[in-house]
Design a protein around this ligand. Structure first.
Ligand code: HAM
Length: 422
């Protein structure tokens, strides 16, 4: 029996990886523009980190983690997201003590969730995310949302919607929580099993339930925005004011709750509005977290961030029919005729590469015609033709395949002439 990739994972073959590299380059570049620095954390962490960081009552922790015991009997988990790991590293390395504040970090890499695979939802996926820790200024909330939108706009995407909500501070959340419990208690028996148990532990999560989403009680559920205390309400107004000034359009949706427990104040998602995008329209999500750093043993400092998955970003590019420019061509292709020429070809190819020229040659013992075809397939600009006769004279015939111009070039002039172009 042939062995295939595990369910919910995929191979990226060279046609795909080139596109990925282009995207990764653009995202890295954006991170430079916004002055975020890269952090790389382990793919697996102690299970406790996610239980405490992401939250015990979330779907991620309850149903979706790849948790295993290592040979030393430790419980480890493949990271389902990046924020908890970044917060752990921030505390562990006492980054709050550094003079560069706020700390602005980004990361890119595989995440793992045991979910039911479908288009746009896989068990291994790649997140690009950022975390700005150490500032409670509404301006940085707006910066993070601007960055998130730019990740798509920089690649040419247009059909985007920024959806925004405030989950308020502890006091506001508590007031809202009480109101939710009051509201749903009378209809508790009509709700799904998950919601029944969520009602006491984490009633906010009810608003995110796919099973009960059409229940009448959902439509009349108390809004967090009616329970924000003055401070939270002012904060939210200021975040919106920054977005308005930056002319970044958004819609406020008071049912946006997000699937992770650490959020307070600002929460947002970016959706694709492209036709034919598929049923999962969320491209990315993020928000502010006020208790996470402290929960992990750090100071009482809040952060804000977001993450997108590159898989969904590519779906959005496909839906909007955006082709990314990918240059697969080579500068030159060396065509060797006869055994002696092949030795020289290896030498020329090696030296040209050392000088930054992208070049290849034949390794299949093709006839001259086949070698020209290979040069053509690689869209080579120059064919460097090495015959026995030329070899003796220390030269090669070089043909510009785009213009048809030819030139005889001495071996030791090759790099300079190709670089100068003709
Ligand atoms: P999240 O909403 O769980 O947030 O995930 C962020 C993004 O990761 C989603 O919007 C989606 O693009 C992608 N994603 C999640 N699960 C899958 C999957 N199974 N397959 C493909 N893509 C997926 C977080 O992870 C937070 N850590 C974001 C954050 C950073 N909040 C603050 N800072």
């Amino acid at each position: 029996m042939n062995i295939h990739v595990p369910r919910g994972t995929e191979d990226l073959l060279p046609e795909a990886t080139r596109k990925w590299q282009v995207i990764e380059e653009r995202l890295n570049h954006l991170a430079q523009l916004y002055n975020y620095k890269e952090i790389r954390t382990p793919i697996f962490e102690r299970t406790e980190l996610f239980q405490r960081g992401v939250g015990d009552t979330t779907d991620i922790v309850q149903k979706e983690m790849y948790t295993f015991e290592d040979r030393g009997g430790r419980s480890l988990t493949l990271r389902p997201e990046g924020t908890a790991s970044v917060a752990r590293a921030y505390v562990q390395h006492k980054i709050h003590g550094s003079p560069d504040q706020p700390t602005k970090l980004y990361y890119m890499g595989p995440m793992f969730r045991y979910e039911r695979p479908q288009q746009g939802r896989t068990r291994q996926f790649t997140q690009f995310g950022i975390e700005a820790i150490g500032s409670a200024s509404p301006a940085i909330d707006a910066e993070v949302m601007a960055f998130a939108m730019d990740c798509y706009q920089a690649l040419g995407l247009k059909s985007l919607k920024l959806v925004l909500n405030s989950l308020g501070d502890q006091e506001s959340r508590q007031a809202h929580r009480n109101a939710l419990i009051e509201h749903f208690k009378p209809v508790k028996d009509e709700l799904c099993q998950d919601c029944q148990s969520r009602l006491e532990k984490n009633p906010l999560r009810l608003l995110d339930c796919k099973v009960d989403q059409d229940h009448d009680a959902m439509k009349t559920a108390p809004s967090i925005l009616d329970h924000l205390n003055e401070e939270s309400s002012t904060y939210f107004e200021e975040v919106k004011r920054h977005l308005d000034e930056m002319e970044i359009p958004y819609v406020v949706d008071d049912t946006l709750v997000r699937g992770l427990d650490y959020y307070t104040h600002t929460a947002f998602e970016i959706m694709s509005e492209a036709e034919g995008f598929g049923s999962i329209t969320t491209l990315s999500g993020g928000g502010r977290y006020s208790g996470l750093i402290e929960e992990l043993g750090g100071p009482s400092i809040s952060g804000i961030g977001f993450a997108l998955s590159i898989e969904r970003l590519i779906m959005a590019l496909d839906a909007e029919e955006i082709e990314l420019e990918q240059d697969e061509s080579v500068d030159a292709y060396v065509i060797a005729i006869g055994q002696e020429s092949k030795y020289k070809a290896s030498d020329i190819v090696y030296k040209l590469r050392k000088n930054g020229i992208k070049v290849d040659q034949d390794y299949l013992d093709k006839k001259v015609k086949g070698q020209f075809k290979a040069a053509d397939r690689l869209s080579a600009t120059y064919a460097i033709i090495l015959g026995e006769e030329e070899l003796e004279q220390g030269v090669a015939n070089v043909k510009n395949l785009k213009t048809g111009d030819q030139k005889t070039i001495e071996f030791d002039q090759m790099t300079d002439e190709i670089k100068a172009g003709f």
